[in-house]
Design a protein around this ligand. Structure first.
Ligand SMILES: CC(C)(COP(=O)(O)OP(=O)(O)OC[C@H]1O[C@@H](n2cnc3c(N)ncnc32)[C@H](O)[C@@H]1OP(=O)(O)O)[C@@H](O)C(=O)NCCC(=O)NCCS
Length: 138
């Protein structure tokens, strides 16, 4: 099931966030994010275990997709798709924007599946690779 995260879920989110960065907890400070009015964090849970999350920030008509992460051993089973589909269908926005490393082909594949299009590239933004900026209209 998919549900909104609360303060009690921060440890689970930080654990999953390690798939993205070793220091995810320090970088993203999810204990603040879950209480911020413009942020939404949704969890994918099975048998009371959190397997993935998506974090979006809503700034009026523009929504920024900040992170989407699924635990390694549960990736490629459709969970990322369910989380993204939930946000795309249930949130209010005119446009969703995101930024992704050009080398993150799994993520780019997922975004393209939900009609995100590349609009811009920040050359060598990550030192060794470009940042791809993508957007999707409602
Ligand atoms: C990106 C991510 C969230 C996708 O979640 P997921 O649950 O694995 O995604 P899904 O199972 O719904 O798959 C989505 C698509 O990507 C493809 N895909 C996912 N993992 C793949 C893999 N390891 N190899 C090949 N294709 C893969 C699937 O084929 C699927 O496409 P399809 O439905 O056309 O078959 C997940 O890989 C992840 O957590 N990565 C690490 C964190 C990250 O980089 N997040 C994005 C930046 S914030």
């Amino acid at each position: 099931m998919i549900r909104r995260a609360t303060y009690r879920d921060v440890d689970s989110i930080n654990e999953i966030g390690k798939e993205l960065h070793d220091n995810f907890a320090y970088l993203f400070k999810m204990e603040n994010v879950v209480n911020t009015s413009y942020s939404r964090v949704y969890l994918y849970e099975e048998n009371n275990k959190v397997l993935g999350f998506i974090h979006v920030d809503s700034h009026f008509e523009i929504m920024d997709l900040i992170n989407i992460v699924v635990l390694k051993e549960y990736q490629n089973k459709g969970i990322g798709s369910k989380l993204l589909e939930f946000v795309v269908n249930n949130e209010s926005y005119d446009k969703i924007m995101l930024e992704v490393r050009e080398t993150n082909l799994n993520a780019i594949h997922l975004y393209e599946k939900y009609n995100f299009k590349e609009i811009y590239r920040r050359k060598k933004y990550y030192g060794d690779c470009d940042a791809v900026i993508m957007e999707r209209m409602k």
